[in-house]
Unconditional design. Structure first.
Length: 182
C-alpha cells in the first residue's frame, strides 16, 4: 500500500471514529498546516490563531474526506486548510470579528451536541466575555437597545419598545457598537 492509499485508508478510519487514526493524521499533517500558515500575515491576528484555524481546517478535511471524490487525502487536506485560512483572512479584512458582528446569543447550558466539548467551552467563554464587556461599557439604555437589536427588532421597533424617537435608538446602537469595538 503506497502512502496515498495509506493516508486515504487512515482518513476513512478517522472519519468512522478511530481516535488513533485521527491522532496519526493530525500528527502527520500538522507540519503541512504550519507551512501553509507561514504564507499568511494578517493584521491583528496572532500566529497561534492562524494555526488554530488551519488545524480546524485539517480536522474538517478529515471529517469531510471521501476517497471516491478526491485524488488523495493530502491534496484534499491542503485545499481545505488553504480555503479555511483564506476565509479567515477575508473575515479579518472585513472586520467580521468585531464584537457586535460576531455576537451570537448562546445559552449558558449548551445542549447542541454538534459542538465538540472544546468548542462548546470556547463559545461559552466568548459569550461570558462579551456579556462582561456589555455590562462594563454600556449604559442601561444602550444595553436595552442592543439586546432588542440582537433579538431581531428594527430601529423603529426598538424606539417603540423603549418609548423614544427612532434617532435616539439609532444613536444608542451606534454608541454601543463604538464602545464594544474599542
Amino acid at each position: 500500500m503506497d502512502n496515498i492509499e495509506s493516508d486515504n485508508f487512515t482518513a476513512a478510519l478517522a472519519k468512522q471514529g478511530d481516535s488513533t487514526a485521527l491522532d496519526a493524521l493530525i500528527k502527520k499533517y500538522t507540519p503541512m498546516v504550519h507551512g501553509i500558515v507561514n504564507a499568511y500575515n494578517l493584521p491583528g491576528s496572532e500566529r497561534d490563531d492562524l494555526l488554530q484555524e488551519g488545524l480546524i481546517g485539517l480536522y474538517g478535511a478529515i471529517l469531510a474526506f471521501d476517497e471516491n471524490k478526491s485524488s488523495g487525502f493530502y491534496f484534499f487536506a491542503k485545499l481545505v486548510v488553504t480555503r479555511r485560512l483564506q476565509s479567515a483572512a477575508k473575515a479579518a479584512f472585513r472586520g467580521k470579528h468585531a464584537p457586535l458582528s460576531a455576537y451570537e446569543p448562546i445559552p449558558l447550558h449548551i445542549k447542541d451536541r454538534s459542538f465538540t466539548p472544546e468548542e462548546a467551552l470556547l463559545r461559552k467563554e466568548e459569550h461570558e466575555l462579551l456579556e462582561k464587556a456589555i455590562d462594563a461599557k454600556l449604559s442601561p439604555f444602550e444595553k436595552k437597545a442592543l439586546h432588542l437589536r440582537l433579538s431581531g427588532l428594527s430601529s423603529a421597533e426598538i424606539a417603540e419598545r423603549l418609548g423614544c424617537e427612532k434617532k435616539m435608538a439609532d444613536n444608542a446602537l451606534f454608541r454601543a457598537r463604538r464602545k464594544l469595538s474599542l
